[in-house]
Design a protein around this ligand. Structure first.
Ligand SMILES: Cc1ncc(Cn2c(C)c(CCOP(=O)(O)OP(=O)(O)O)sc2=O)c(N)n1
Ligand SMILES: [Ca+2]
Length: 530
């Protein structure tokens, strides 16, 4: 009879989960025993970095990823980035080693009787198999739940003494061949109703979100926008780039406030939201949910976000499928007047340190090679980022979906692991750099083509902006003197340099696509006053 470990590795192979992102402890060693040659172990030096690397890898590949952490302590360290994973709907199968079954109830070291409660509510499902023989089926359920819409992280606790136990191979014979998929199309009546509303709209707008950012959905959503000559907005606080930022119909990113969204949608009689929650507000600025005369319909895969919205209609369905159905149902509409392209921000040339953030982003936009991917975690200048970066391909941008810092740097490592032929640039605040810095070591070990751009303004700049918005004063803990990202990077073996002149900045950014390994540049910038 095969063992639990042998059966599990066969199942992981059948699901394509042959890369394990992990940080091991004694509880995990029996799982890793005789690690198969066709598997890859990507070591992260902190569990937060491990989860973010796996998250970036899964988002960039569009496939689920496997994580193996050390017991409750490792799982606890991972919670910040699990919140980002949950919010972005990334399919991760997260596992952690439990103490041997006879020891769990004795208060033993590395035993956690409540292990399944540790990751809640940041996972879709959390389970510890009742017997060793249930481990393969539990992992099968975890894999399918992680990938079924709404996709997201799941957790399985794995007692260390299960792996050597025998499995009745008849019992598990069908698990690896099961295909479990969701459909996600609109029924005819709903399709007809939505197509008629769109065809009859005087001034339609699309608001697009992360579920539109994949190889199948993105071209269909662009075609639908062009067919309707609709104004297109990216939904507030975007963790991905779901519409080309230089497309003439793209109007920009909606502001993350109730009043702000209402103001920006004024004049549109019908708003179709594709693949975004309605909406992920951030700053509390109350106002009408929608302007008078505006109706809204949202299409997305998550019943929770559909039910939670305070206004508008919603349909739980697959964005790419629905966009394709609407294109067929609309057919050729009477020609509509071309919508004037919005005014784009001018591309200021960098003048030297301390640089203006918009000038750095304009230089980065000029230097980025075709196919490059970006991870952004510089929080006080996201407006300038979106104004200057030219992003058109699917899966080109990643931002922490729950706003938790410590995602960006390691996620960039995972994105680069997904496809080392596409260079990756991680734009990081000097504060954010500290939350996930351990990811630098993994980038060095794997010689990944990642450029870490640390924007040094010596402060938690975004929080200074909130001081004004929240009407507070005399707040401590916002200044970051004396942080030397170059010295820190070199401590991990990462080549690094601070740039001072415009030429030095241009030279460094020009090298983004020609790297044979990671590098870091620290760019002194002026602190934004918002
Ligand atoms: C894990 C974690 N801790 C704290 C915060 C709070 N926070 C903090 C500390 C910010 C300042 C980030 O500073 P930075 O240097 O990375 O970037 P900026 O100076 O451009 O804001 S923005 C923000 O929401 C957070 N989002 N996530
Ligand atoms: Ca900063």
């Amino acid at each position: 009879m095969p063992t639990v470990r042998e059966t599990t590795y066969d199942l992981l192979r059948s699901w394509g989960l042959t890369t394990v992102f992990g940080n091991p402890g004694s509880n995990e060693l029996p799982f890793l025993n005789g690690f198969p040659a066709d598997f890859r172990y990507v070591l992260g030096l902190h569990e937060g970095a491990v989860v973010a690397m796996a998250d970036g890898y899964a988002q960039a590949t569009g496939r689920p990823a496997l994580v193996n952490l050390h017991s409750a302590a490792g799982l606890g360290n991972a919670m910040g980035n699990l919140a980002n994973t949950r919010a972005s709907g990334t399919p991760l199968v997260v596992t952690a080693g439990q103490q041997a079954r006879p020891m769990v109830g004795l208060g033993s070291v590395l035993a956690e009787p409540a292990m399944t409660r540790v990751p809640e509510p940041q996972v879709k499902w959390s389970f510890e198999p009742a017997r060793a023989q249930d481990v393969p089926r539990a992992l099968s359920e975890a894999f399918h739940l992680a990938t079924l819409p709404p996709a997201g992280p799941v957790f399985v606790s794995l007692p260390l003494d299960d792996w050597a136990q025998p499995v009745d191979d008849v019992e598990v014979a069908h698990l690896g061949g099961r295909r479990v998929r969701a459909a996600g199309a609109l029924p005819a009546d709903l399709l007809d109703e939505l197509a008629r509303r769109l065809a009859g709209a005087r001034n339609p707008a699309l608001v697009v979100g992360p579920e539109a950012d994949d190889e199948r959905a993105l071209p269909l959503v662009v075609a639908l926008a062009e067919r309707l000559q609709a104004a297109v907005w990216t939904a507030p606080t975007p963790p991905r780039c779901p519409f080309p930022t230089r497309h003439p119909l793209w109007q920009g990113v909606l502001p993350p406030s109730i009043a702000g969204v209402g103001e920006h949608l004024t004049g549109h009689d019908l708003v179709l939201v594709l693949g975004a929650p309605v909406f992920r507000y951030h700053a509390y600025r109350p106002g009408p949910w929608l302007p008078p005369g505006t109706a809204l319909v949202a299409v997305g895969s998550d019943p929770g976000t559909a039910a939670r919205a305070a206004f508008g209609d919603a349909v739980v369905a697959d964005v790419g499928t629905v966009a394709g159905q609407l294109l067929d149902a609309l057919g050729d509409l009477p020609p509509r007047p071309a919508r004037p392209a919005p005014q784009r921000a001018d591309a200021a040339a960098p003048q030297g340190a301390p640089f203006r953030a918009d000038a750095v982003f304009a230089e980065l936009a000029r230097a980025l090679p075709e196919g490059a991917r970006l991870v952004n975690e510089s929080t006080s200048n996201t407006t300038q980022f979106w104004q200057h970066l030219d992003l058109a391909r699917p899966r080109s941008l990643f931002f922490p979906a729950a706003g938790g810092l410590g995602f960006g740097l390691p996620a960039a490592v995972g994105v680069a692991l997904a496809d080392p032929s596409r260079p990756v640039v991680a734009v990081l605040g000097d504060g954010a750099f500290q939350y996930g810095v351990q990811g630098v070591w993994t980038a060095v070990q794997h010689r990944l083509p990642v450029t870490f751009v640390v924007l040094r303004n010596g402060t938690y700049g975004a929080l200074s902006g909130f001081v004004g918005q929240l009407g507070v004063a005399g707040v401590p803990g916002l200044d970051l003197p004396g942080l030397d990202a170059v010295a820190i990077a070199e401590g991990y073996g990462l080549p690094a340099r601070q740039v001072a002149s415009a030429d030095e900045l241009a030279d460094e950014l020009a090298g983004v696509g020609k790297l044979d390994g990671p590098r870091l540049i620290e760019v002194p910038i002026t602190a934004e006053t918002r």
